[in-house]
Design a protein around this ligand. Sequence first.
Ligand code: GLU
Length: 428
Amino acid sequence: MAAKDYNPYKTAQDQFDRVAGMLDLDQATRDLLRNSLREHHFSIPVQMDDGGKKVFRGFRVLHNDARGPGKGGIRFHPQETIDTVRALAMWMTWKCAVVDIPLGGGKGGVICDPHNLSLREQELLCRGWVRQLARNVGPFSDVPAPDVMTNAQHMLWMLDEYETIHGARYPGFITGKPVGMGGSLGRTEATGYGLIFTVREALKEMGIKPEGTVASVQGFGNVAQYAIELFTRIGGEVLCVSCWDQEKQQAFTYKKQDGIDLGELFPITDSFGSINQEKARELGYEALPGGAWLEQEVDILIPAALENEINAENVNKISKRVKLIAEGANGPTTIEADEGIKEKGIFLIPDFLANAGGVTCSYFEQVQSNMNYYWEKDEVLGKLDIKMTAAFMATSEMAKKNKLYMRDAAYVIAIDRVARASQNRGWV
Ligand code: GLU
């Protein structure tokens, strides 16, 4: 399916419908959970540096808040659509439920390419987003965070705008803030580290030592970078990494036979995760086509970029050596590709479990912000490890006991929790 025809919301709803059938949910519960609870669509006018005005389109979707305030990031992306935001909001609900944190699911987005915006324009966009939503989001209703192409500075501008409007300090309004400004130590590392905690557990279960295992990674943003760092620290090697090239407007895979070196790549990568190709070549990296990351002879594939990256067209190109796929991105695999992965007998750690480290640490950040007392980094990462390991083990036990694909097992746990919370509240 061509990228332009792919609709992640359809994938999210189809995945939900399958598991709702397995759980035998009643019609009202299905109607509630397969749709968003609330949606906001709005315009954000920004005075650009050239003096002209530009109007951006923004969204915030609350999928479900039966288990606690909505939680989820804000994406800045030129191809953002309301259906992408709806799907991502729904996946946030399942994500918070599977790791058993008392939060619901939400997501926000702005159609924009921050590569083309000055810092001043980005600040105005962040403040404009909050201005449109100041009464519909908040520390006890819906709590935003960073996501694709948004960062700690964006969160701080948003917090400042929210606090200015409401006339008091509400550090629990938003997470992913800079450390020292209400942010939690470990939050930057949390999604990537959390992913590797689940990889470590999966390898243990498969009887494979991490030392000497080889991975291929798609994406080189926040999630991928910290995943690579921890994976190499536990003894693994990363053969290649694929990323978007802003200048050439296409993706490339950078490969080094004896493994990529973060120390070499960091200084030649921009803040959005694009590696400078000329400099990479000078350092001895081969620049292969963007899709090559998926076709490598490796043990582990880590898609940590965007949705629809493993699909019916490329699933058969996955090498026979691959034993494990750990989804760092949200929704990287289509339903058709899931069938191919099952046939190949590859163990899958599904996105909303594998990448739940980010929101779990966001929850810790909220707790710290609300009590205005901050933990040491070791304490944060230790708590994160306990949560991720417990969620992985519960999912894998459910999968083994009921002979389920890992994605279905995670869905059964999450949907059951959210359905019961919605029913216990008397909503359905
Ligand atoms: N954007 C991250 C995610 O998709 C984190 C969300 C959060 O921390 O609220 O899980």
